[in-house]
Design a protein around this ligand. Structure first.
Ligand code: AMP
Length: 537
């Protein structure tokens, strides 16, 4: 009798356990153990959760910093046939409550730092919930919540020989919420099959690259994208399948992240541009050797100026693109592009080429595909085996997401004849001035290399004559001269307009200086908040 070998998350553990059982997993200064130890603990967690009533279809929520416990949950919860709800701990308490009720969580694993957050909303959780306490150091926790137990205690008392059930590969494995600019958060789910295929595709996309660029067996992995954000872009599954040494940093703090990179020889990470900007600006950055560090930047466009600063420190940096609904990988920039080549920097910062098994198109409003000539711009639509089937309990949102049989990204871009996608904007952030569409990303890129500029963002502001006019928000680097930086920014824009690479409509009416730029819960520039901020000023 044949066996179909379903693509389930548990299968990802087989190879590292056979080949590298002694490889290390480290959670900052909290925990350190081998892959064999990881497997022991996953089995104990499976047993402990089963004792708490978790079974097929149950939803188990986690509120934790990036820890070894979170990695254990990435496996044990879906391997039970249950759904792992990774809670975005940076959402407002009301939104956290909404997601817990919408997801119908039955068990909530909560780090003691988030007890006040959960305590404040617990009375309004609709379903009966069992709470499990997560702690970095044992000790009494100040909470009135009725706790079903403490994580380490539960694991210690559970069966290390626990056997997980066989599952259908189409069983739902994970759930998290994405926050649009309006309305309630939307639940995005992925199946075992989708996560396994995504894991393999990430390896095929970022692994086989000659030289330093690619991800390989000798790498030491540390996420700097929270584990609640699209499974840290799927990299914990990738790192585990490859049997890499893994370092989980706990709560993010720039100095501590740099110290962990140095202490454990971290060579591979991923993060949004703002986090890298923060790390490079940290007090200890100059003294830390970053010359063996490879970083994938995603979640927002990689500004050329930031890429140059990183490359100057010896960091091997390039961009990748995706979104919550796409698990997230869609494209990766060319990692082989030599920085010395004339287009090297642009290729590393480009949104990139479709990853294996990804189909990409740019379409007009009628869904007709536009030419791949590097000029025509339209909405990016995608197909791949791991794109979410739709939003949880939201048939109309799911229908719009998949209108016409393609997943709509809401991003605008052009594809060149070589297949490289360059995003120019979010549909809702594009600046429409004098009948022209101005790419806010392009405008940001042009000024991003000005010395003395810490951060910048372009937004459209309503204008009676032109519809909208571009406005640049800017943050000055400490000690820089504001007038000189502003002059340099205007000169860079004029030069780009003169060279014909930027439309003359892109010349900003205003440059607004501020202390910091508003960010979303996952550290991206929040342009809606910026528009509101400037409108008030
Ligand atoms: P999220 O669902 O929160 O992960 O946000 C996804 C969105 O982030 C995408 O739809 C893009 O607008 C943006 N994004 C992600 N990666 C990139 C990139 N490499 N360049 C430009 N924008 C990006």
């Amino acid at each position: 009798m044949t066996h179909a070998s379903p693509l389930t998350i548990g299968q990802l553990l087989r190879t590292p356990l056979a080949n590298t059982p002694g490889q290390e997993i480290i959670h900052a200064d909290v925990m350190r153990y081998s892959y064999a130890g990881l497997w022991q603990r996953i089995r104990r967690l499976g047993a402990a959760l089963t004792d708490l009533g978790v079974g097929a279809g149950s939803v188990v929520a986690v509120l934790d910093w990036d820890s070894h416990r979170y990695l254990e949950c990435f496996f044990a919860v879906p391997m039970l046939g249950a759904v792992l709800h990774t809670v975005n701990v940076r959402l407002a308490p009301e939104q956290v409550l909404y997601t817990i009720n919408h997801a119908a969580d039955e068990v909530i694993l909560v780090h003691e730092d988030f007890l006040p957050l959960i305590g404040a909303i617990a009375a309004r959780i609709i379903r009966p919930v069992r709470f499990v306490l997560l702690q970095d150091r044992p000790g009494p926790a100040a909470t009135a919540l009725p706790l079903a137990g403490e994580y380490e205690g539960l694991l210690a008392a559970s069966d290390g020989a626990f056997r997980f059930p066989e599952l259908d590969e189409n069983t739902r494995a994970t759930l998290f919420y994405t926050t649009g600019t309006t309305g309630d958060p939307k639940g995005v789910t992925f199946t075992h099959r989708q996560i396994v295929l995504h894991t393999l595709a990430v390896i095929a996309a970022v692994g086989p690259v000659p030289g330093m660029g690619g991800l390989h067996r000798a790498d030491v992995y540390m996420p700097i994208t929270p584990l609640f954000h699209v499974h840290a872009w799927g990299f914990p599954y990738v790192a585990t399948l490859l049997g890499l040494k893994q370092v989980y940093p706990g709560r993010y703090d720039p100095e501590r992240l740099l110290a962990l990179i140095a202490a454990h020889g971290v060579t591979f990470s991923h993060c949004v541009p703002t986090i890298l900007n923060m790390l490079l600006g940290a007090r200890t950055a100059e003294a830390t050797d970053l010359s063996r560090w490879k970083v994938i930047i995603g979640g927002a466009a990689l500004p050329a100026g930031l890429a140059e600063r990183a490359l100057a420190r010896g960091i091997d940096i390039h961009a990748a693109y995706g979104m919550s609904e796409t698990c997230p990988l869609l494209t990766a920039a060319d990692m082989t592009a030599s920085i010395a080549a004339p287009d090297g920097l642009a290729l590393r910062c480009a949104t990139g080429k479709a990853a294996p098994l990804v189909e990409l198109e740019i379409v007009g409003a009628d869904m007709a595909p536009l030419p791949h000539d590097g000029i025509a711009t339209g909405e990016v639509v995608a197909r791949a085996p791991w794109l979410t089937a739709g939003y949880l309990n939201d048939p109309s949102g799911s229908d719009s997401l998949w209108a016409g049989g393609w997943l709509h990204t809401g991003d605008v871009g052009a594809i060149d004849p070589a297949g490289t996608l360059v995003l120019s904007d979010r549909l809702k952030d594009v600046i429409k001035s004098g009948g022209e569409w101005i790419s806010s990303l392009h405008l940001e890129t042009v000024v991003s290399r000005c010395d003395g500029l810490a951060e910048t963002a372009a937004i459209g502001l309503p204008d009676a004559e032109w519809g909208e006019r571009p406005c640049l928000l800017a943050v000055l680097r400490p000690g820089a001269d504001r007038a000189a930086v502003e002059a340099a920014m205007r000169a860079a824009i004029d030069a780009a307009i003169g060279a014909g690479t930027l439309s003359k409509w892109a010349r900003p009416g205003r440059i607004e200086w501020c202390d910091s730029l508003p960010k979303t819960s996952v550290g991206k520039l929040d342009k809606r908040a910026m528009r509101a901020m400037v409108a008030k000023s």
